[in-house]
Design a protein around this ligand. Structure first.
Ligand SMILES: [Zn+2]
Ligand SMILES: [Zn+2]
Ligand SMILES: [Zn+2]
Length: 365
């Protein structure tokens, strides 16, 4: 995600902010132009955008902001919906009569808005293709049922279900340690589950399936058996030579989802760093491999190798900074060559989708 600046004072403001902490100006995210804008409240109940991208255009607050103060996305004039583009994708929200659920939901929505921003930046469709019976993206945030059974986080036909207990830091961290994972976040869950949605949209119904199988293997192998084997025996000892994570080795679908999620980690972080002009120019005379120049990326259709050339030194620098704060590595991954080729495949598929070069098998092309 790019770094945002207040239109009034130029100070750095965060995607989640509702107000500039430097000058006090009200802020809202404008999904139709992908920008966090300072706002001028009008006497007519509308806010006027101050960003040059939508100068003077009128926007309303989202219903989830009016009712619960948990959304800073705005609704443009002419859009009759009570909810913003993000909130209207919810099919089920947590039971707000239960203590703690409002805070859980707040964290889930924050992660969801971030990923929706990324999907917009990457030019990925959210609406499905109704004429071809292909579903739109939707969300369910579920707690335990009346008998205390926990919902499973997962994806089915465009509907992403998230177990809201994952919003509790102690729960999520406990799971991460139990499952020997190096990385577990709400954002990571959403990126992973959305990957399954885009596998259906961009691979399974399309002419790309043979190319997918060449890179990830044949996904027709029994999914339940593969996962059963993974949870019973654990990953193969040599998984780090082939996969981006241990779980990616469970089945080609999970490999795709883990790789896709990783690609979104990369593209989001690279966008932030380049928009801030983060440049690496180590003082050591032999540290050429640690140089990173944001000027070599345009942010539009950059080749995968150019992104990688910026990304790898950046991750090492970020890990070094974290260690200085006594924190775990920000980027606890090592990418083997096959995982890089899978990331390249995801990059090319997203690029093809953006440029309308994905052909459905149904259209016969
Ligand atoms: Zn300001
Ligand atoms: Zn909203
Ligand atoms: Zn999965």
């Amino acid at each position: 995600m790019k770094a945002f600046h207040c239109d009034r004072c130029g100070g750095l403001v965060y995607f989640e902010n509702v107000q500039c902490l430097n000058c006090g100006r009200k802020l809202g995210f404008l999904p139709d132009c992908g920008d966090l804008s300072a706002l001028e409240p009008g006497h007519d109940g509308w806010d006027r955008a101050l960003t040059p991208r939508a100068q003077g255009a009128r926007y309303r607050r989202c219903r989830n902001d009016l009712d619960h103060h948990l959304c800073n996305w705005r609704i443009p004039e002419g859009d009759p919906h009570a909810y913003c583009r993000s909130c209207r994708l919810n099919e089920v929200i947590p039971d707000l009569d239960l203590p703690g659920n409002l805070e859980r939901w707040r964290k889930l929505e924050a992660a969801k808005r971030r990923i929706l921003y990324s999907l917009g930046q990457l030019g990925l469709p959210l609406g499905g293709v109704p004429a071809e019976n292909r579903p739109a993206l939707r969300f369910r945030f579920l707690g335990p049922d009346a008998y205390g059974a926990l919902p499973l986080t997962g994806h089915f036909s465009g509907l992403i279900t998230i177990n809201i207990a994952e919003a509790d830091d102690d729960q999520r961290e406990g799971q991460r340690i139990r499952l020997h994972e190096t990385y577990r976040t709400l954002l990571g869950h959403l990126r992973h589950e959305i990957a399954h949605y885009y596998w259906e949209q961009l691979i399974s119904w399309t002419s790309r399936i043979p190319a997918f199988r060449r890179v990830f293997g044949n996904e027709e192998q029994n999914y339940e058996e593969s996962l059963g084997r993974y949870y019973f025996y654990g990953p193969a000892a040599n998984w780090p030579d082939h996969f981006v994570s241990a779980y990616a080795s469970a089945h080609p679908w999970e490999d795709w989802a883990e790789t896709w999620a990783h690609y979104l980690h990369m593209s989001d972080t690279v966008e932030t760093a380049t928009s801030l002009g983060v440049m690496l120019r180590p003082t050591h005379p032999d540290a050429a491999s640690m140089q990173a120049n944001p000027a070599l990326l345009t942010g539009q259709d950059d080749p995968f190798d150019s992104i990688l050339a910026y990304w790898l030194p950046l991750t090492r620098a970020l890990n070094s900074l974290n260690r200085g704060m006594g924190l775990p590595d920000l980027y606890p991954f090592v990418l083997p060559k096959p995982a890089l080729e899978k990331l390249r495949f995801v990059h090319e598929v997203i690029r093809a989708s953006r440029n309308n070069r994905i052909h459905t098998l149904r259209s016969g092309s």
